[in-house]
Write a protein that binds this ligand. Structure first.
Ligand code: MLT
Ligand code: MN
Ligand code: ZN
Length: 304
């Protein structure tokens, strides 16, 4: 079984359409130490049938770059057996519109709060009802693993996270369990496990336990410092206030990752265009690599 990174950037992508910061400009001018990235999504399963985890605005480009997700067994066909969303944010849900030509209802797995946000504040699912429609399956928060019909040998376990729902959620400022989830993917044939949490504001004891039990962890790589967007003059909000734990500093993601066993593969994903680790020649990138932590890129695959 594989996990394929379809998009390794946070919302906005890299470069971001309207951004002329040093990093986005470097990508546009073809710098050899900056690599373009599409917005947050992974696929799990294979060889022919996959679970799409998060539906990025860049999904069409991502599918073009992923022939394994287009097995072409019929005149109209897809390798996407089902879709699961970690939250109801724009970067994880807008790609659902691009799947509207499907011949049958789209099997969709979300928590109830994400389903409500995508039916009310940002009613993508109501709009999709005029096209293929969705066959919604609620992801419970009881910690029970569930199988994914259509994707052999895959068991998924969801964990509620401390993070933030989208700005159009009625509980943006008072999050409820299920606004954001982390996921453990288990290959039931081998016992191999991958933990995936692109939006992770706090390492709570249950999150730490799930990370400790995984062979590989792909975790929130949005910001290097908490005040990164403020210092660049792009926002008045800290990373933590929008649900993303920064990598550097006391209690940061690198400190946590450093406590995992040396045998655990550690990777950062959902990386914002402001994060200096996207410059492969930067001291911050060298610090990440020296800590034994990988920076995911579009097309990276993990076998488990
Ligand atoms: C986030 O992860 O905080 C959101 O996706 C940000 C966004 O896309 O606007
Ligand atoms: Mn995001
Ligand atoms: Zn930029």
């Amino acid at each position: 079984m594989k996990l394929r990174v379809l998009g390794s950037a946070a919302g906005g992508g890299f470069p971001q359409w309207n951004c002329n910061c040093a990093q986005c400009s470097a990508v546009r001018s073809g710098s050899s130490s900056h690599r373009a990235r599409t917005q947050s999504s992974v696929a799990v399963g294979g060889p022919d049938d996959w679970l799409l985890v998060n539906a990025s605005p860049d999904i069409l480009t991502q599918l073009q770059r992923s022939p394994a997700l287009q097995p072409a067994r019929g005149a109209r066909d897809t390798g996407i057996a089902a879709v699961l969303l970690c939250d109801g944010q724009i970067d994880h849900s807008t790609g659902l519109y691009m799947l509207r030509e499907r011949g049958a209802k789209l099997p969709l797995w979300t928590t109830r709060p994400a389903f409500e946000d995508l039916s009310q504040g940002n009613p993508i699912l109501r709009v999709l009802g005029h096209y293929c429609g969705v066959d919604w399956h609620e992801i419970g928060l009881d910690g029970q693993s569930f199988e994914m019909p259509g994707v052999a040998d895959l068991a998924v376990t969801a964990l509620p996270l401390e993070s933030k729902p989208a700005p159009y959620s009625p509980h943006r400022d008072c999050p409820v369990p299920g606004d954001n989830i982390g996921l453990t993917f288990e290959n039931t044939a081998t016992g191999g496990r991958v933990f995936y949490a692109p939006g992770l504001g706090e390492i709570t004891p249950p999150v730490w336990e799930a990370m400790s039990r995984a062979d590989a962890v792909l975790v929130d790589g949005t910001f290097w410092t908490d005040d990164e967007m403020i210092r660049l003059g792009f926002s008045k909000k800290t990373g933590r206030s929008i649900g993303h734990l920064p990598q550097s500093g006391e209690g940061g993601m690198l400190e946590w990752l450093g406590r995992l066993p040396a045998t655990t593969r550690k990777l950062l994903i959902h990386i914002n265009n402001t994060n200096p680790i996207l410059d492969e020649a930067s001291p911050e990138r060298r610090a990440v690599e020296a800590a034994g932590v990988e920076v995911t890129f579009d097309g990276l695959e993990i076998a488990f």
